[in-house]
Design a protein around this ligand. Structure first.
Ligand SMILES: [Zn+2]
Length: 145
């Protein structure tokens, strides 16, 4: 132990914080606590995805990670289009890569996570692994509005 409170305090408004909680930023998108957890287990929330085979899980894990970044890290360039617009990740996925993997399966080659309703949140039923083309189609403004 011997960790000073300074590392684990909550971030002040506007200050960079952990993508998983409200504590002050330490490194690699994380607070001290989650950073340590990641170092120890390979996953900030304690799920060592490497054990399942990094080769197969890396893309899926990256999508999960990037999704949370877009929604909860204001220093991300794409944040204004996601978190800034009130888009959230459901609690089940937010805190568990495993839950996300259980619901969505592995990311197929050349696809990325896409919201079926572009104003909806990241949650089961509103997400699919889409090709670039499908994503662009989906982003096109609806003529009926
Ligand atoms: Zn944290």
């Amino acid at each position: 132990m011997g960790i000073k409170g300074g590392y684990t305090r909550l971030a002040y408004p506007g200050e960079k914080s952990c993508i998983l909680c409200d504590r002050v930023y330490y490194g690699k998108d994380l607070c001290f606590k989650h950073y340590q957890q990641k170092k120890k287990t390979g996953d900030p929330i304690g799920y060592p995805y490497e054990r399942l085979g990094d080769k197969y899980h890396k893309g899926t894990y990256n999508s999960w990670h990037a999704m949370r970044q877009r929604c909860y890290n204001p220093s991300q360039v794409s944040y204004p289009n996601y978190g800034g617009r009130g888009i959230t990740v459901c609690d089940r996925w937010l805190y568990s890569y495993l839950a996300f993997y259980e619901d969505m399966g592995l990311r197929p080659e050349g696809r990325s996570i896409d919201r079926i309703d572009v104003n909806g949140n990241y949650e089961l039923g509103n997400c699919r692994w889409a090709t670039k083309l499908e994503q662009d189609e989906n982003k096109r403004p609806r003529r009926s509005r």
